[in-house]
Design a protein around this ligand. Structure first.
Ligand code: ADP
Ligand code: MG
Length: 523
């Protein structure tokens, strides 16, 4: 009340010309950004835009190459997270920094003054968690907690320092829609108390829902400033990616054909203590169909992909069939020979060898029968390099792979362009069945739309396609039918038109209730 008009106009945080170079690469270039007290400000940008780099400078983890940070109008040097916390900046990281073997309270204590007794920390954490709707048991071991609960620890840890500004780096990428809604309520409460929030995301819808202002980054530069509520999803996307993103077109009326891939009563024990066991998985995908499998990361997606692809054959040969042939115990090449194609989640090292040219990466991915077109007449093992190069060119043209030079090494392509090549490499075989895991993870919006369209077109041309994805927008863009994987179990599949985000969210959390610690506090 006593604040004069002049000082009320001073932003809590002002950043001027903030720049960060890694060697000769500029991850952030001349970024200007202001956040007012009580504002939820979005920092929006595709993967690799420089968002995390930017906030690491605000939190004293990275030293700026150039530029100024002003806090309440005064220049500050934030040399460590300790300095940031003392100023009143709290941070919730994209990748949590928690010790699994310790309890919630012990983890929180690690970032505080070691002289504060643990019982006091536990009490304060518990008070804060109640006050902000972040149910948490201070005595629980982190190893037993869900991802959503772990995030609450990070938030409570930040709140214990009574921050003026809280930075959250892609907080909803690990949450179900319901958990995200709860988080938004907490953020609104923080805003009502006059605190500011810097909210990092590449999800347009949630930014429009919760943020008062937005700064958009592309390739480390500011490409837009706006009130997201006054923008359309299309105009925000344009600032993010620099061009219109084509909407995926599809035709849902086409009749489906024969069953191409079927899983019946598949069980597979976890291969490591950190893996998920698959339990009684059933699915059936027909020619002309895209089955999209939704789920929060770490619920058995990788394990299901490995079982379907034969990367790790399962014990029952009958549990999986491709075009009517039992293949459960067969390896990946035998399944490819039946006309199946597979695109794993990991681009580098798994789907492609970074140090090798695209043409070699093409040849390596072909099983013996596919490779025939590339082998010379008489002498076996002679590679027809012209044929390999022509196929490489064809794939790059079909998928609009942008590259420098004719046949660069895979590692020289940006993530989105390498992913287009990897998907195109499978499409070029015109597979009868295609299974892809997280096809556009970390890929820019333009490349993502190209890949989704290719998957839809493949099904339209008569293939059966399985798309495993965490991205609900992607699920709805490509799916004929939708199923949800949660804790190693797969739901029934439902026509995409009958599914809502709400329902998917419920299925994501529906198998058991450990993600609802609210019950613990109900008494
Ligand atoms: P975002 O959070 O928007 O996805 P990042 O800030 O993580 O983007 O990364 C921006 C760019 O900077 C990326 O191209 C990334 O590879 C690069 N980068 C990030 N950290 C480093 C680092 N420590 N060394 C070299 N390059 C980095
Ligand atoms: Mg990031």
């Amino acid at each position: 009340m006593t604040v004069s008009e002049g000082s009320a106009a001073i932003p809590l945080l002002s950043v001027r010309k903030l720049t960060k170079h890694f060697g000769s690469f500029a991850a952030c270039s001349g970024i200007d950004l202001d956040i007012a007290p009580g504002e939820i400000h979005a920092l929006l940008g595709e993967n690799g835009a420089g968002k995390s780099t930017f906030v690491k400078m605000l939190f004293g983890i990275l030293d700026p190459t150039e530029g100024d940070i002003l806090w309440n109008g005064e220049r500050v040097a934030i040399r460590s997270p300790g300095t940031a916390r003392t100023l009143g900046i709290g941070m919730v990281f994209q990748h949590f920094s928690l010790f699994e073997a310790l309890t919630v309270a012990e983890n929180i204590a690690l970032s505080l003054d070691p002289k504060i007794p643990l019982a006091k920390i536990a009490e304060e954490a518990s008070t804060l968690s109640k006050a902000y709707g972040l149910p948490l048991d201070p005595k629980a071991h982190v190893a037993d907690l869900s991802v959503g609960e772990r995030q609450r620890i990070e938030i409570v840890r930040a709140l214990l320092q009574n921050p003026k500004l809280i930075i959250l780096d892609e907080p909803t990428s690990v949450l179900t829609p319901q958990e995200a809604d709860k988080l938004f309520e907490t953020l609104f409460q923080l805003r009502a108390e006059g605190r500011s929030v810097l909210y990092i995301s590449h999800r347009l819808e949630e930014v429009q829902r919760i943020c008062d202002g937005a700064t958009v980054l592309r390739h480390g530069r500011v490409t837009g400033r706006c009130d997201p509520k006054r923008e359309t999803a299309a105009s925000l996307a344009r600032m993010m990616v620099g061009s219109e993103v084509a909407a995926v077109s599809r035709d849902t009326s086409a009749a489906l054909g024969d069953v191409r891939i079927e899983v019946a009563g598949l069980n597979a024990d976890a291969r490591t203590p950190f893996a998920i066991s698959l339990r009684d998985i059933n699915l059936k995908v027909r020619a002309g169909e895209v089955l999209a499998i939704a789920g929060v990361a770490g619920n058995g997606q990788g394990e299901l992909f490995d079982a379907l692809s034969g990367e790790y054959p399962v014990t029952s040969n009958e549990a999986i069939s491709i075009r009517g042939r039992p293949v459960g115990r067969l390896g990946i090449n035998a399944r490819r020979l039946l006309g199946a194609g597979f695109v794993p989640e990991e681009r580098h090292g798994h789907a492609a060898v970074s140090a090798l040219p695209l043409s070699d990466n093409l040849l390596l991915a072909r099983s013996r029968s596919d490779r025939k077109a590339f082998l010379g007449g008489g002498a076996l093992g002679v590679i027809r390099h012209n044929a390999v190069r022509a196929a490489t060119r064809r794939i790059c043209e079909a998928m609009d792979v942008r590259k420098s030079g004719e046949d660069p090494v895979a590692g020289a392509l940006s993530g989105g362009n390498l992913q287009k090549f990897i998907v195109g490499r499978e499409l070029d075989r015109q597979p009868a069945v295609l299974v892809v895991n997280q096809p556009t993870w970390g890929v820019d919006a333009g490349a993502a739309s190209r890949i989704r369209q290719a998957l839809v077109d493949l099904a339209r041309a008569g293939s059966a396609v399985v798309v495993i994805s965490q991205d609900l927008d992607e699920i709805f863009e490509v799916a004929t039918n939708i199923a949800v994987i949660s804790e190693g179990r797969l739901s029934a599949s439902y026509p995409a038109g009958e599914m809502s985000r709400e329902r998917i969210g419920l299925l994501m959390g529906g198998v058991h209730d450990s993600t609802q610690p609210g019950a613990v506090h109900a008494h």
